[in-house]
Ligand binder design. Structure first.
Ligand SMILES: [Fe+2]
Ligand SMILES: [Fe+2]
Length: 123
């Protein structure tokens, strides 16, 4: 799965790491394995991904912090609700909701946010 590159390299690295775990989860779903542990690993990684961006947005007082955080919170809430769902339902959610959302989010909010981090030399 190819994600758009943004102008702030640490964010690309976070996104790449997430893709590795997501692909592992999708592989296990395709083989209809017990995904309990990998699902937790994935949700933890998404939490880290979002916190990483949110901490920097707050540190550099990014003007669109709130709408960006609200999007993150909305998706995290959906991911938290996956626990206890069937593999089929989880696979459907990831393919039809999460993956299109992530691509769209990176193309829009993350792209703008990364441009800002790049401009202020965020660290
Ligand atoms: Fe991101
Ligand atoms: Fe984001």
């Amino acid at each position: 799965m190819k994600l758009k590159r943004v102008a702030f390299e640490p964010m690309n690295q976070v996104h790449d790491k997430e893709m590795i775990i997501l692909e592992k989860l999708l592989n296990e779903l395709n083989e209809n394995k017990d995904i309990t542990n990998t699902l937790e690993e994935f949700i933890d990684d998404v939490k880290e991904h979002f916190s990483f961006e949110e901490d920097l947005m707050q540190k550099y007082q990014f003007f669109a912090y709130l709408p960006h955080k609200m999007e993150h919170d909305r998706i995290l809430n959906e991911l938290n609700n996956l626990r206890g769902k069937t593999n089929k339902e989880i696979k459907q959610y990831l393919n039809e909701q999460f993956i299109p959302w992530l691509n769209q989010h990176i193309d829009t909010m993350d792209t703008v946010t990364a441009g800002f981090f790049n401009m202020v030399n965020a660290k």
